[in-house]
Design a protein around this ligand. Structure first.
Ligand code: SAM
Ligand code: SF4
Length: 303
């Protein structure tokens, strides 16, 4: 069992499979990915799967593949299959994607053993979507949601990063969308993580405001009164219509105390927090020929 110095149990591993992205979301990577890392610093699939296996033996139960845009990594379904082979010790394998090239891969990823998919969708309006993401891709994301349904992913979650003045007039529209499709629509407060340093408190829309705006039109009922390590407050529609609203408020209602996550970067660094500026170089340990037990010890001490 991985336990950190604050006595938090760590059960959830996020693997960034690549730093590259085909979008230019202004709140994330407005100028594209950081300068190309030397290719040999990026973990191979074999290394990622080996490391995932060790994490699972230390008690990790959920793995999410993310990025950058994870689907840009060639043969991503192969990595997914290798990690899925860790089930049933691994309980859950998920993926977060901007959806742009998802339709072509949906069936393959599902067959590989990905259980759940989260698709990002910041606006239902084409111009606003293009302005926020830098790509005229709204139709592609709609197609991604359809193909996720068709491939049998359940539940399907949709993430919108909420930014004042950009999409803060769309909450009710998004709620309508969640009801029409029976999906989980999650709103994330803007976090100061963008490489363009555009973040300011004025651009943060508090989760409370999102809740109140939707609740006034479609009354909501809290689903997870005991949130545990979940980041989102989850609500169902009081009138029984399928669909769900999730509100993730790391800025105005910080949830660090219950965090159960650890991250692995594409170049093999352990990050114990999204906001951490310290990294632990697991890649060099793995490549030094360390024994499995030594790698496990390194992970434990980093956590
Ligand atoms: N490229 C994939 C995508 O966009 O879904 C996966 C990686 S992306 C970093 C994961 C999620 O983080 C997306 O839903 C995105 O909206 C969100 N995100 C990125 N930067 C953010 C920020 N500064 N504040 C809040 N959410 C952010
Ligand atoms: Fe790319 Fe996702 Fe960041 Fe947008 S949020 S720039 S799609 S990594």
């Amino acid at each position: 069992m991985l336990r950190d110095a604050y006595n938090r149990t760590i059960r959830d591993l996020r693997i960034s499979v690549t730093d590259r992205c085909n979008f230019r979301c202004f709140y994330c990577l407005p100028n594209g990915e950081p300068p190309m890392a030397r290719k040999d610093t990026i973990l191979t699939f074999e290394e990622m799967a080996y490391i995932a296996d060790i994490f699972v033996s230390l008690g990790i139960e959920k793995i999410r593949l993310t990025g950058g845009e994870p689907l840009l990594r060639k043969d991503i379904a192969k990595l997914a299959a290798e990690i899925a082979a860790l089930k049933p010790r691994l309980r859950d394998l998920a993926l977060t994607t901007n959806g742009f090239i998802f339709p072509a891969l949906a069936g393959e990823l599902r067959a590989a053993g990905v259980d759940r998919v989260t698709i990002s969708l910041d606006s239902l309006n084409r111009d606003k979507f293009t302005k926020m993401t830098g790509v005229d891709g709204l139709e592609k994301v709609f197609a991604a949601i359809d193909s996720a349904k068709y491939a049998g992913f359940d539940p399907i979650k949709i993430n919108a990063a909420v930014i004042r003045g950009h999409n803060d007039d769309e909450f009710v529209e998004f709620a309508r969308f969640a009801r029409a499709y029976g999906i989980s629509m999650r709103f994330i407060e803007f976090m100061p993580l963008d490489s363009g340093h555009e973040w300011s408190r004025d651009l943060v829309v508090p989760g409370r405001e999102i809740f109140e705006t939707i609740n006034a039109v479609y009354p909501l009922q809290l689903k997870n009164t005991d949130r545990g390590a979940e980041t989102a407050w989850k609500y169902v529609f009081a009138d029984g219509t399928p669909g769900e609203i999730g509100i993730i408020a790391p800025v105005t209602e910080m949830f660090c105390g219950a965090c159960s996550r650890v991250r692995l970067t594409a170049d093999g660094q352990i990050r114990t927090c999204l906001f951490s500026t310290t990294e632990h170089n697991l890649r060099d340990v793995v490549r030094s020929g360390a024994a499995r037990g030594e790698i496990a010890q390194f992970i434990e001490s980093a956590v």
